[in-house]
Design a protein around this ligand. Sequence first.
Ligand code: SF4
Length: 89
Amino acid sequence: MIPNLDWMQHAACAGLDPRAFFSIGNHARAQVNAARRVCAACPVRQQCADWAIQTGERHGVWGGMSQQQLRQRRRRFTSRAKTSTRAAS
Ligand code: SF4
């Protein structure tokens, strides 16, 4: 099944340099905070977060989440998925 990515057309970061969302070096914290400010006003923040979790994105700011927040949310998502699978079997 081909995923519906129409939401990306409405991204607040469309047209921005993607490197702004992938922090590196000494200014990583400031860069993440700047990216998250863009995300705060994004109308497709939830879709972006869901996409990052479902596709296993490990780097960058997605849905207004830092890499650490994304990792934590993915753990919860994976844990819930395993619980649901066990309950269904
Ligand atoms: S939530 Fe942030 S990274 Fe995701 S589409 Fe919106 S602006 Fe881009």
